[in-house]
Design a protein around this ligand. Structure first.
Ligand code: URA
Length: 187
């Protein structure tokens, strides 16, 4: 297993499958427990993540840490990755070709971690992993089972920074995640 991770990290580190490699400072592979029960998937690195090579280390990351704390979790207990591993310029949405070019890395991460629960942070991750037609305002908090993994999407922390009125709904989603983890005797 360790061998597979090393191979994957090495292959991904030099990725030139899309043009985002030309503008990245650091590729952001992902961090956390490689045997995590819960995996979070964001959209793609922002400015700070691109500079530091770690997911969710900017302002959205601070809010994500608070969200995790609310359900007695922290980064050491979970795995965090993104749909695209390199920063889209000016934080624009990743394009379909970029998501497709990057999809093998995320697929392999999910295969190796074999999480029981995957939480998509925001619309882009939900469209990529749950349903291309996903509507975050309508479908956040809803569980979808696929190949033995339970997927759910909630609002992206950046959306919650922009629109604090959405925070109570996101909190309900977090409670549902905690409940699901409890049922799996995680706590
Ligand atoms: N937004 C994301 O979707 N991912 C990060 O790593 C940082 C901000």
């Amino acid at each position: 297993m360790a061998d597979s991770w090393e191979k994957l990290k090495r292959a991904c580190a030099g990725c030139t499958r899309c043009s985002l490699c030309q503008t990245r400072h650091k590729l952001v592979f992902g961090v956390g427990r490689e045997d995590a029960i819960l995996m979070l998937v964001g959209e793609g690195p922002g400015e700070q993540e691109d500079l530091q090579g770690e997911p969710f280390v900017g302002p959205a990351g601070k809010l994500l840490d608070t969200m995790l704390e609310l359900i007695d979790l922290d980064r050491s207990k979970i795995y965090i990755a993104n749909v695209v591993k390199c920063r889209p310029p000016h934080n624009r949405d990743p394009q379909a070709e970029e998501i497709a070019a990057c999809s093998e890395w995320l697929r392999r991460q999910i295969e190796l971690i074999r999480p029981q629960i995957v939480v998509c942070l925001g619309r882009i991750a939900a469209k990529t992993l749950i349903d291309p037609e996903f509507r975050i305002t309508r479908e956040h908090g809803v569980w979808h089972e696929r190949d033995g993994i339970f997927y759910m999407a909630t609002y992206h922390p950046s959306a919650l920074l922009r629109d604090p009125d959405k925070r109570p709904e996101a909190f309900e989603d977090l409670r549902a995640i905690r409940q699901e983890l409890r049922e799996r005797n995680y706590y």
